[in-house]
Design a protein around this ligand. Sequence first.
Ligand SMILES: Nc1nc(=O)c(N)c(NC[C@H](O)[C@H](O)[C@H](O)COP(=O)(O)O)[nH]1
Ligand SMILES: [Zn+2]
Length: 163
Amino acid sequence: QPGDHRAYMQLALSLAQKSPPKPTNYRVGAVLVDLSSDKILATGYTLELPGNTHAEQCCLIKLAEQHGVPEERLSEVLPSKLALYTTVEPCSKRLSGNLPCVERVLRLAGTIRTVYVGIMEPETFVTENTGRKSLQDAGIPVVHVEGLEADILEVATAGHIKS
Ligand SMILES: Nc1nc(=O)c(N)c(NC[C@H](O)[C@H](O)[C@H](O)COP(=O)(O)O)[nH]1
Ligand SMILES: [Zn+2]
């Protein structure tokens, strides 16, 4: 129901506000929800975990550690109907060269069923985020949860040098 989506996106935004501002990325929050139980399996925000980590990546790292499996084998241990909420759409390319979150989500296709996003990625670092198409081509709908765009963008870019 729309109300739930908004609540999860609002939670993701509150997580994003914990991210240390940096000029070279966005401050993003993510929540991974088990649709069968409506329980939150993991939360994450940009740079929460050591290394140049993304919000979505932090959710997956935490679950991999909890279950004692590598991230790419999470679909063997997680419930089979999950939804990922992320304030900014998953990245399809990272200037650092690290594995993009779209790839991380695609590895879990069939487990992560839907991706809910607050805004599409701005063009500051990557001019065209091709993630939405990749996900939808893999049968993972990307759904825009409306209403928080201005707040999400403000939080996401708080570390950027304002021209
Ligand atoms: N969805 C998403 N979640 C994040 O937690 C995050 N930081 C970004 N940001 C996307 C942006 O395109 C990359 O941050 C830059 O391309 C720099 O790449 P690194 O972050 O240094 O790997 N996007
Ligand atoms: Zn990412």
